[in-house]
Design a protein around this ligand. Structure first.
Ligand code: UGY
Ligand code: MN
Length: 248
């Protein structure tokens, strides 16, 4: 979309970024062909310890590679496609998700036009005494939303096992209109977030921003954060956080 004002809701600060769709610029990601890749969050920003991407595919697209020392998480926002993981086939539809541990060979192909993936990448940290988790292929519809801290109007779907062998969590938070994060959170975990639907106000640090579907937010460790859902429809976001590891 062409701007005649030079204005944007995008904000880049030391302890958070809000990235709105009007500023997106695709980049090339090795291994991905005929795909629109947007890298929203990356360590080069100076704070994040992970990366968050969106990848849009069509019938001609493919993505091949090897996770190496990284873990990959893919959430299928819309569309469908086939993934071959270490040679084994998985059929993915809207709402499917994949967790790929280090040393996993992957190939994505056979996508429908407009298939959209949200991707989180992180260097996996093995915890002494634990095993590296295996591949997980799941669907958000199979994960019940549980009231967050007892609040029935703000429900959390926890997509990955709550187990110390995992060093990342990915959750979907769904709010009824008017529901809020119950308090202003300030914590060591950092977040990467994509607004999936709805709209509201996000408090980030000392600021408050209008947010809507398609917006991406990075919250640094200890960035104060709070959300209220606005409008007549439910609001939801998918978000990443680093978990289960010692600070030093
Ligand atoms: O898991 C979380 O820290 C979550 N409650 N944070 C958030 O939604 N900003
Ligand atoms: Mn939080």
């Amino acid at each position: 979309m062409k701007s005649k004002s030079g204005l944007t809701r995008t904000v880049v600060k030391r302890n958070y970024t809000l990235i709105t769709t009007d500023g997106h610029v695709p980049s090339v990601l090795p291994g991905w062909r005929n795909a629109v890749v947007i890298i929203h969050i990356a360590p080069v920003m100076g704070g994040p310890r992970f990366a968050q991407l969106s990848i849009t595919l069509d019938e001609t697209s493919s993505g091949t590679g090897h996770t190496g020392p990284l873990e990959h998480f893919y959430y299928f926002q819309t569309g469908d496609c086939t993934a071959q993981l270490n040679g084994k086939k998985h059929e993915l539809t809207s709402g499917s998700y994949l967790f790929l541990p280090p040393q996993t060979k992957f190939k994505f192909s056979g996508a429908g036009k407009g298939t959209k993936l949200v991707v989180f990448l992180k260097k996996f940290e093995l915890l002494a005494g634990e095993k590296t988790p295996g591949v997980i292929c799941g669907h958000a519809n199979a994960i019940a939303g549980k009231p967050f801290l007892g609040h029935e109007d703000a429900r959390l779907q926890v997509l990955l096992p709550d187990h110390p062998s995992f060093d990342m969590a990915v959750n979907i938070f769904t709010y009824d209109p008017g529901a809020t994060l119950p308090f202003v959170e300030t914590h060591i975990m950092e977040h990467g977030l994509l607004m999936l639907s709805g709209r509201g106000i996000y408090r980030l640090g000392d600021d408050r921003h209008r947010v809507t579907a398609g917006d991406v937010i990075w919250m640094a460790s200890y960035c104060p954060q709070w959300f209220i859902a606005q409008g007549k429809a439910k609001s939801s976001y998918i978000y990443y956080k680093d978990v289960n590891r010692a600070p030093l």
